[in-house]
Design a protein around this ligand. Structure first.
Ligand code: NAD
Ligand code: UGA
Length: 458
């Protein structure tokens, strides 16, 4: 095996020419940092992932993966420690490689302003440790002009320290979806690179050479355009969801079936079938945060994006609609037992950030209902992040439905696709089924003796 540190001072292009695997540093070992690190290692690069969270790094060093993401565990086990290592030591991380990806969290604050403190902190620390040329790559989702601000921070610190070290800043937004992140990363729809120096673009081309050779389109543009592509993409996805949710509310009022409407719409290539599933509103760590951040970006430049504002409003209302449906179905919530199937914001992830389940649980608990829940992977995160919730965590869907007055399917996990309604009918107190993902055929459930409520159909 090549010693990871002995080659760290060689220039990336030089390494590629000599056929030596490149070194890559990733700052932030969260959903994006870990997937990026594991996939680059899988593609043959030497990767060091650095995180400030000591517990997380300790776990990773022991082979314990802190998140559930299909395929990630195997990739990390396979590549650690030969091509993938973890550290909390920033100086070690900076010296390890001349390409440093920043993949830290960028939450949106109450006033729609993106909290860039983690990105700027990472930039400052990189500058303080720099001894030679670096390409600093922003993989975090960041508002337009952040690349320039990162550049100014690094330049300022280097000047203060009297160091004359060249560096480049690049924007390389990430488009992976949780639940299919590994596949999305290895086979992306496109690679976007915002750059100022041709040399930095060459370095990035080398890093993504295997995907580019397989025909993945590369969009090379300026940093500001690259930063905007990320927000525009997420906002468009959010718009499709809010659009179909709006249509679904219209369908509900006039006896139409939104699933059929969406199917027929999606057959038109110009519209496309994806992201037209109505439900309890979009959640997750990004669509809610990035649509709000776009309002903040607009405010900074004196423009109010009206469409995005409506998209957010429709989504907020949609989350409330789920609560209203439960209330209407059971009439009185106090002391009624309500079962939630699914806690994560979507299937195949343990991520509960902005999950519709959180709003529903808050509403039910405030209404003095008794809440029983089951999720195949996300219960631990809910227990940890919402320890104040007085709810019962169950070990399988049927124990969660025992003596229930209303079953609510919140997340469309595979585990909930083939529920045995005969068995459910025998164990529930009141046979009411609210299908927030339109997974089941209404007539089939009604025939099993249940009252059925879907979204945008009867
Ligand atoms: P995350 O919260 O899961 O992980 C961020 C990690 O960065 C944490 O482990 C945190 O401890 C670490 N960190 C924070 N400051 C640090 C510092 N100064 N030095 C080292 N480590 C630091 O976040 P995430 O979901 O991976 O998202 C990261 C970025 O990628 C965000 O900007 C997000 O919008 C974007 N993004 C996320 C996804 C997704 O599906 N989660 C997809 C595309 C883009
Ligand atoms: C989203 C984008 O899809 C990714 O391309 C992007 O990289 C990522 O955000 C990011 O920037 O973090 P993700 O949050 O993992 O990915 O999840 P999505 O699959 O987009 O789902 C988001 C929410 O929308 C979920 O709550 C899901 O249930 C909901 N949704 C999705 C619908 O209600 N209807 C749909 O048709 C699709």
């Amino acid at each position: 095996m090549i010693s990871l540190t002995s080659i760290s001072n060689l220039h990336s292009n030089e390494l590629m020419k000599r056929g030596i695997a490149m070194n890559i540093t990733i700052i932030g070992a969260g959903y994006v940092g870990l997937v990026t690190g594991a996939c680059f290692a899988e593609l043959g690069m030497n990767v060091l992932c650095m995180d400030v969270d000591k517990q997380k790094v300790k776990k990773l060093e022991k082979g314990i993966i802190p998140i559930y993401e299909p395929g990630l565990d195997e990739l990390i086990q396979k590549n650690t420690p030969d091509r993938l290592i973890f550290t909390t030591n920033l100086n070690e991380a900076v010296q390890f490689s001349d390409v440093i990806f920043i993949a830290v969290n960028t939450p949106t604050l109450e006033n729609n302003i993106s909290d860039l403190s983690h990105v700027f902190k990472a930039a400052e620390e990189i500058a303080l440790c720099m001894k030679g040329y670096k390409v600093i790559v922003n993989k975090s989702t960041v508002p337009v002009f952040t690349g320039q601000r990162v550049k100014a921070i690094i330049k300022g610190i280097l000047q203060e320290q009297g160091k004359d070290i060249p560096f480049d800043v690049v924007s390389n937004p990430e488009f992976l979806q949780e639940g299919s992140a590994v596949n999305n990363f290895l086979q992306p729809d496109r690679i976007v690179i915002g750059f100022e120096s041709i040399h930095a673009l060459d370095v990035m081309r080398n890093i993504y050479s295997s995907q580019i050779l397989r025909g993945v389109p590369l969009v090379a543009t300026n940093i500001e355009t690259s930063e905007m592509i990320k927000y525009a993409s997420n906002a468009f996805l959010a718009t499709k969801i809010s659009f179909i949710n709006e249509i679904s509310n219209l369908c509900e009022g006039c006896g139409a079936d939104v699933s059929v409407v969406a199917y027929a719409m999606g057959l038109d290539d110009r519209i496309g079938a994806k992201f037209l599933k109505s439900g309890p509103g979009y959640g997750g760590s990004c669509l809610p945060k990035d649509t709000k951040a776009l309002l903040g970006i607009g405010k900074n430049i004196g423009y109010s994006p009206r469409l995005i504002k409506s998209v957010i409003e429709v989504n907020t209302a949609q989350k409330k609609l789920a609560c209203k449906k439960i209330k209407n179905a059971v009439k009185r919530l106090k002391k009624r037992t309500i079962t939630l199937l699914g806690l994560s914001f979507k299937p195949e992830t343990d991520d509960i950030r902005e999950s519709p389940a959180i709003d529903i649980i808050k509403y039910l608990v405030n209404s003095k209902a008794m809440v029983k829940v089951f999720d195949p992977k996300a219960s631990e995160n809910m227990k940890k992040l919402y320890s104040e919730f007085q709810i019962e965590y169950c070990s399988d869907p049927y124990s969660a439905c025992d003596k229930s007055d209303c079953i609510v399917l919140v997340t469309e996990w595979k585990d909930f696709m083939e529920l045995d309604f005969r068995r459910l009918k025998q164990i529930v107190r009141t046979p009411v089924f609210i299908d927030l993902r339109n997974v089941y055929e209404p007539d089939h459930i009604k025939k099993s003796g249940f009252q059925y409520e879907g979204i945008g159909r009867r």
